[in-house]
Design a protein around this ligand. Sequence first.
Ligand code: GLA
Length: 391
Amino acid sequence: MELSNKIKKKFKELFNEEPLIVRSPGRVNLIGEHTDYNYGFVLPAAIDMAVYFGISSRSDKLCTLFASDMNESYEFSLDKLLYSDRVWPNYLIGIVDQLIKRGYKLSGFNCVFGGNIPIGAGLSSSAAIEAGLAFALNHLFNLGIDKLELVKISQKAENEFVGVNCGIMDQYINLYGEDSKALRIDCRSLEHEYFPFDYKNISIVLFNSNVSHSLASSEYNQRRKECSIGVDIIKREVHEVESLRDVSAGLLNEFQNKIDPTIYRRCKYVIEENTRLLKACDALKIHDLNTFGSLMYQTHKGLSNDYEVSCKELDYLVDLTLNIPKVYGARMMGGGFGGCTINLIENEAIDEVSKYVTENYKNKFNLQANTYITKISGGTNIISIKENATA
Ligand code: GLA
């Protein structure tokens, strides 16, 4: 059964009415990693793995949540928003918290959600849950919130309620994604540009390392801190610098002796990554996937050696593809320390490459890597409107 129908069926079973159905996708990031919180550029795309929400309003203040993949429910009242000691409810309560803090009027609601974005794989299942609910509530209660504000609300929910200090990329692409297009986001101006990414003979293939190191969130916050230490040192002398976006490679060089070598490497990576991303977009404009792919490999090197957010499993998954001509590019994707690598592979070679990579990976780490062939899809949208709801 289609996932959306499964959610609808469960919703009717639990609440005996027809829900509004919203689809909220996961994402890949083609290039531009750890640049969003440094006010640089990213190039993500929404994909065909998604979370589906069935939702309807209630006349009281109760919010009833049901996570169908876990078969767990959770209830809370709009009058009293508390942190849950379970992880998943906080993504949703955090959205309600943000809406209330911003003065939006809500009533209670019933919500069933579930989907096929693998959790912990770096495909932003959390942003899909947050932005999906924000979008659904906006529609359900006619709140009139524009998309960019929904993005900010969703990011803030994750920062404040879930306690992860993420940048804006995941929530942004979740809401702005379009079919067959990657989105270049300028994380400083919050403007964007679409880049067609639709190749008949090439697919975006993910290899899930199936490792998630406990280091991930503490090291993520540490990298943010290291970048801002670098910025502060430069800012002392060059006052107009507010983020690494304002620092050129040349300017950073002038400060090499004044900056701790580790911090220097972090800053260098971010500055180079922004330059790489702009080159990658130029390559996309002329459909030069060879150049695009080699920039992805360079990104991986930078993430592994200078930014130090990779791990031996991800390095190995990337290394395995290095000498296969039908693989254009590969790199670790997302926050790091586990999750997936993203690969551009010629369709006719996918089976063979996947077999080669997963077998070698299994032999080396005794771990199974999953292969996902993704399609770039649209952002969060309504797929079926409750009969008596306003569109
Ligand atoms: C995570 C965060 C994003 C971004 C990436 C790294 O996915 O949620 O905001 O910082 O890591 O590029």
